[in-house]
Ligand binder design. Sequence first.
Ligand code: SAM
Length: 285
Amino acid sequence: MTHQHPGILYVVATPIGNLEDLSPRAARVLAEVSRIAAEDTRHSGRLLAHLGINTPMLSLHEHNEARRVDTLDSYLMAGENIALISDAGTPLICDPGFVLVRELRLRGRQIVPLPGPCALVSALSAAGLPTDRFTFGGFLPSKPSARRQALEKWQAREETLVFYESPHRIVHTLEALCEQMPDRAVVLARELTKTYETFLQGSPQALLEQLLQDPNQSRGEFVVMIAGAPPAVQSDEQLITAAELLNAMLAEGVGVKQGAAIAAKMLGGRKQEWYARLQTLKGEY
Ligand code: SAM
């Protein structure tokens, strides 16, 4: 009896606008697999037609993802290789696929990523904001109060903040930033890899004015990047030496016994030793 080796799930990044960004490896895998699970089969059908690929597709979106797991796994168990794609960019990044990948990984299936376009990485790579650390917040909530709360949560973070935003809400998001982070440098990356790709940078207020003046600048898809909060004032200046504390206590008339107890608590060490030091210092007063 021969055991069928389970197939591989390839998680394939597709273009976020410019079709030339599809890698040759992605094109080969999409042509070679038995099936492609796509967020929207009509949308992805256009990409596949452009590539001359006629691999059968099935839909996998947020409403049927959980139900699709067993079906897709049965194909894998029958030895078929499958590709997962989303409408644009890297699957799972604000796109369906997480439930499937988590479940298949739990079941021990082989999952292979095919790297490629991703709006947040492309935006960061050309924005000129620090990228050594950043926080990706996905889409901000659409309700104004929830959006304000979300921004409050991120406000003190010192790393660059990155959000996805739609054309309907970009003005509202900038208004919220004017209120909550008025002094931050902001970069808007719009229509990446497409004809009207634009990077705008400035304060939230300056960007808001630009968008209100030229409604074309609100069209399309956005990545919003916000410079992190300036580092919190380091408490170094507030750090006091042991001698400063002892002297301050003596100057304020704190008794040697009480002072020794405070010093031991604040600075560690034994009370008796602080007692002795305070006695000596007191003699110098
Ligand atoms: N999976 C995608 C990725 O890898 O970037 C993201 C999908 S998410 C549903 C769609 C959001 O990504 C858009 O609302 C926008 O914020 C961002 N986005 C996608 N393509 C973009 C582009 N060409 N230019 C700017 N932002 C884009």
